[in-house]
Design a protein around this ligand. Structure first.
Ligand SMILES: *Cc1c(COP(=O)(O)O)cnc(C)c1O
Length: 361
């Protein structure tokens, strides 16, 4: 007997196909592939190595960028939140890392230190999301100060970030775009606005650099269920799977799992699958969350445990211990599981824990 434990199968061909698909949306734009949070749970170095076509990589933390350099990645890498302390600046310079500048403290640090070689800067303007970015009225001021500094490469990229691009009907995107255009129209610099949703759904946001994350991993960045990954022409890169480690007969009126939270209304068969919140399967996935067992959808029943979940295989089940169960990925979009767990696919993917086995195909 050999039972598979929780395994994330990573399909590199799907990643490359998705990348090529995204290129068809914005054939002229360069691609900054976003790899933060361990490549959205798919493995930082693994994803970087599998995407030699990318023009640059984006990460959120210096440690992530240094891990890529240590793995031999020589492509441009951009710190999407910029540097966190002035002491990091020489490290950025030595490792050829690019930085976003989004606040006055970063500007001051960058203009007052002495670097051996200038850093490439992406100046981030807040066009309406009100998270990171300088205020529009400060744009000229920041731009002049950066341009005048010997520490800054003269080719500054102008950028902003979209807050509502996942909804094609939302007017916020057009107002962000209009403000970005108004501020930057007279500058010949490279520009960047689009995340995954912008790259797909908002042609005018594509500019010189698109910054796709989620869509590369084969997950739809759009909120409307009909704008599914399949309809976008992308395929899941991660398939999370495990196996049945028990198949048990259950009588009508009997409960399953912690808190006896689910009671069967009829005689049935319960399957126990070796995956739980200790692997990153969401504890808030409710009764009825679909699981693929032997290619057929069966409902999760009872509470998610640390190492196990229980599913209702039905009275006529012929499933056996050792049979394969897919939690999300091929045949079962993670988007759907996210809805059942009242979260978003981003969170499910990057919450995969270290004990999950990785199988690269
Ligand atoms: C995370 C991030 C992205 C990618 O977002 P997706 O929705 O995954 O495409 C793009 N740009 C910035 C600045 C980000 O932080």
């Amino acid at each position: 007997m050999t039972l598979t434990t929780a395994t994330a199968v990573i399909d590199r061909q799907a990643l490359v196909d998705n990348f090529n698909r995204v290129k068809t949306f914005a054939p002229k734009a360069k691609v900054l592939a976003v790899l933060k949070a361990n490549g959205y749970g798919h493995g930082l170095e693994r994803i970087a190595r599998a995407l030699p076509q990318a023009d640059a990589f984006g990460v959120a933390r210096l440690d992530e960028a240094l891990a890529l350099r240590a793995a031999g990645v020589v492509k441009p890498i951009v710190l999407l939140e910029g540097f966190f302390t002035e002491q990091d600046l020489p490290i950025l310079a030595v490792n050829n890392l690019q930085t976003i500048v989004h606040n006055r403290q970063q500007l001051d640090a960058l203009t007052r230190t002495q670097l051996e070689k200038p850093l490439k800067v992406w100046l981030k303007i807040d066009t309406g999301m009100h998270r990171l970015g300088i205020n529009p009225e400060d744009f000229d001021d920041f731009y002049q100060a950066l341009s005048a500094s010997d520490n800054v490469d003269p080719d500054i990229v102008l950028m902003s970030h979209l807050g509502c691009a996942d909804d094609k009907e939302n007017p916020v995107t057009n107002s962000q775009l209009a403000l970005f255009e108004q501020l930057t129209a007279s500058y010949n610099n490279e520009k960047s606005l689009a995340n995954s949703a912008g790259s797909y759904a908002w042609p005018q946001t594509r500019y010189d650099w698109i910054r796709p994350g989620l869509i590369l991993y084969g997950v739809s960045p759009m909120a409307a269920p009909e704008q599914s990954a399949q309809s976008l022409g992308i395929k899941p890169v991660m398939t999370l799977q495990s196996s049945l480690i028990a198949v048990r007969a259950l009588k009508a009126g009997e409960a399953v799992g912690y808190g006896a939270a689910w009671v069967s209304s009829e005689d049935t068969t319960i399957g126990v699958i070796a995956i739980g919140y200790g692997d990153g399967y969401p504890r808030h996935a409710g009764n009825g969350t679909p699981v693929l067992v032997n290619g057929r959808r069966v409902p999760l029943v009872g509470r998610v445990s640390m190492d196990m979940i229980t599913v209702d295989l039905g009275k006529d089940s012929r499933d056996e211990v050792g049979d394969l169960a897919i939690l999300w990925g091929q045949g079962l979009p993670v988007e759907e599981i996210a809805l059942h767990a009242t979260t978003i696919p981003y969170e499910l993917l990057c919450n995969i824990t270290r004990r999950v086995q990785i199988e690269v195909v």
